[in-house]
Design a protein around this ligand. Structure first.
Ligand code: EPZ
Length: 417
C-alpha cells in the first residue's frame, strides 16, 4: 500500500490551481442517468471516487468517454441495468446517489446499502423516506435497497435533518416526477446548487436551490447539456490550512472564495492575512498562529469536512481551542494520530480541546478517512523531522495529485510504495 513520506519544516509558497469539486462531480455524474442524450462535463477532478462512480455507471450501460484535462461525456441512452452492486458500493458511500435517478428514469433500482464508514453510521433513511413519499415502493433485502415506482409523484418532503446527498437524491428523482416536489429543510451546500444548475441546463425546472426550501416541477424528459463543475471548496480550504500551518504564502487560482466565508473568517481569526478575488484567494501566514475554536454545522456554517484540517492548525497555534463536531458521531479519529505527533488534544464526546505546542515531532501515523488524512498531511508538513503516513488511499479518494501539488509549493513530500 502506498505511503506518503513528508519532511517537515518547509513553508508552502507559490501558486496553485484548484481542481473541480469531488462532491459536486459525483452527483452531477449521476444526473446523466436521467436522460438518454449526452451530458458533457468539464473540470472533473481525477480522483479515485470519480473513477469508481464512472465504473458504476458504466456497468449500468451508460457510455462513458473520458477526454483529456478533466473533460468527460456520459451518454445514458443505453442504460439497461439499474443495479449498483455491493462490491462497488462498499468502496464509496456516494453510490447511493444513483438511487433517485434510476427510480425516476427506469422505474426500478437495486442499490446495495452503503455500509457505515469510519466517521459514522451514515444511514440513508431520509433518502428512502423521501422517495417513498413520492410513491416509490422500497424494501431492504439482503443488504440491498429494492425500489420500484410506475412514475414518481411530486410530494412535499421535510427531511428530519439536513442531508446533502439526501437532498441531491430527492432533487434528481423529482425532476422527472409528475407534478411539484418541495423539499423542506433542504441542504444549502454549494454542491447542491451546482447539481441544480446542471439539472436546469438539462431542462429541469428547479427553484430555491441554495435555500432550505427547494421546489421542483417535474417534466417528461431531460436532455443533454454541457456543464463545468464548480471548484472544490474543501480542497481550497485544505491548502489554505496547510499554508497557514507552515508560515506559508500562497495564491490559489480557479477557486471560489465566496463559498468559504466561515473558513476564511477562522483563518483570519488565527492571524492569517487573506485577500480574495472572485476566482482566487491569497493567504499569508503569521509567524505563529493563534488558537481558534470552531463548531461544525451545515452550510454556510463551518464545514465538517474542514474540521480535521483546522485541528492540525490548532495543534501548533498559540493557546487553547475547543473544536465541536456536530454532524458526524465519530469524526475525531485524526486526533489520536495527531497525538502520536506530539499534539495536546483531549476528546470529550463531540468536543476536542486542543492546546497548541511549540512543535510537533515526525512519526509514523495512519490515515483513517479522507479528511483525517489531510489533517495528518498538514501536521507532517509542519512537524520536525519525517512523518510517514500509511493507508493514503484515503487521500487519493478526494485530493488530486496531492504530492505533486504540495511539491510545487515547496514541500518535501514523496509517495513511497
Ligand atoms: C456529504 O455526505 C458529503 N459527501 C460529505 O463529504 C460531507 O461530510 C457531508 O455531506 C456533510 O457535509 C458527498 O457529498 C459525496 P449527510 P452525506 O447526509 O450526504 C445523517 C467528504 O469528506 N443522515 O449530509 O452522506 C448523517 O448520519 C465527505 O468529502 C441520516 O441520519 O452526509 C450525518 O450525521 C465525507 N440519515 C448527517 O445526517 C440520512 O438519510 C449529515 O449527513 C442521511 C444523513
Amino acid at each position: 500500500m502506498d505511503k506518503l513520506l513528508i519532511k517537515g519544516g518547509n513553508p508552502l509558497v507559490g501558486e496553485l490551481a484548484i481542481s473541480g469539486a469531488k462532491n459536486a462531480a459525483l452527483p452531477i455524474i449521476c444526473a446523466s442517468l436521467l436522460c438518454n442524450n449526452t451530458l458533457s462535463l468539464t473540470n472533473i477532478p481525477q480522483l479515485h471516487d470519480v473513477a469508481t462512480m464512472l465504473r458504476l455507471l458504466g456497468q449500468m450501460g451508460v457510455v462513458v468517454t473520458i477526454g483529456d484535462k478533466g473533460t468527460l461525456t456520459l451518454d445514458g441512452c443505453k442504460l439497461d441495468n439499474p443495479l449498483a452492486p455491493y462490491e462497488m458500493v462498499k468502496t464509496m458511500r456516494a453510490s447511493i446517489l444513483v438511487l433517485g435517478p434510476l427510480l425516476a428514469r427506469c422505474g426500478e433500482a437495486k442499490v446495495s446499502m452503503p455500509g457505515g464508514c469510519a466517521i459514522g453510521a451514515r444511514p440513508v433513511d431520509q433518502h428512502i423516506k423521501g422517495l417513498q413519499a413520492m410513491g416509490a415502493e422500497i424494501r431492504v433485502e439482503g443488504g440491498y435497497v429494492l425500489a420500484q415506482a410506475q412514475r414518481l409523484k411530486g410530494a412535499r418532503i421535510v427531511t428530519d435533518m439536513v442531508t446533502v446527498t439526501g437532498t441531491e437524491n430527492l432533487m434528481m428523482a423529482a425532476t422527472l416526477a409528475e407534478g411539484e416536489t418541495v423539499i423542506e429543510n433542504a441542504a444549502r451546500e454549494p454542491e447542491v446548487v451546482d447539481l441544480a444548475n446542471c439539472l436546469i441546463a438539462m431542462g429541469a425546472r428547479i427553484s430555491g436551490a441554495g435555500s432550505d426550501r427547494i421546489s421542483i416541477q417535474g417534466v417528461d424528459r431531460l436532455h443533454g447539456a454541457d456543464y463545468p463543475v464548480m471548484p472544490d471548496r474543501i480542497e481550497t480550504g485544505t491548502y489554505l490550512c496547510a499554508a497557514a500551518a507552515t508560515r506559508g504564502d500562497i495564491l490559489l487560482t480557479r477557486a471560489s472564495p465566496a463559498l468559504l466565508d466561515a473558513v476564511i473568517d477562522k483563518l483570519r481569526e488565527a492571524g492569517c492575512a487573506i485577500e480574495c478575488q472572485p476566482d482566487s484567494i491569497a493567504l499569508k501566514a503569521p509567524r505563529r498562529l493563534k488558537s481558534v475554536s470552531l463548531r461544525t454545522a451545515p452550510y454556510p456554517a463551518f464545514p465538517t469536512d474542514m474540521q480535521a484540517q483546522f485541528m492540525a492548525i490548532d495543534c501548533v497555534a498559540e493557546g487553547s481551542a475547543v473544536i465541536r463536531e456536530t454532524i458526524f458521531e465519530n469524526r475525531f479519529m485524526h486526533a489520536v494520530e495527531l497525538i502520536r505527533l506530539g499534539a495536546d488534544i483531549r476528546i470529550d464526546a463531540n468536543n476536542a480541546v486542543v492546546t497548541g505546542v511549540p512543535a510537533l515531532d515526525g512519526a509514523t501515523v495512519m490515515a483513517t478517512d479522507l479528511r483525517a488524512s489531510a489533517s495528518l498531511v498538514i501536521a507532517g508538513l509542519v512537524a520536525q523531522g519525517e512523518t510517514l503516513i500509511e493507508r493514503i488511499y484515503h487521500l487519493d479518494r478526494g485530493y488530486e495529485r496531492i504530492e505533486e501539488k504540495l511539491t510545487r509549493l515547496g514541500a518535501d513530500v514523496r509517495r513511497v510504495r
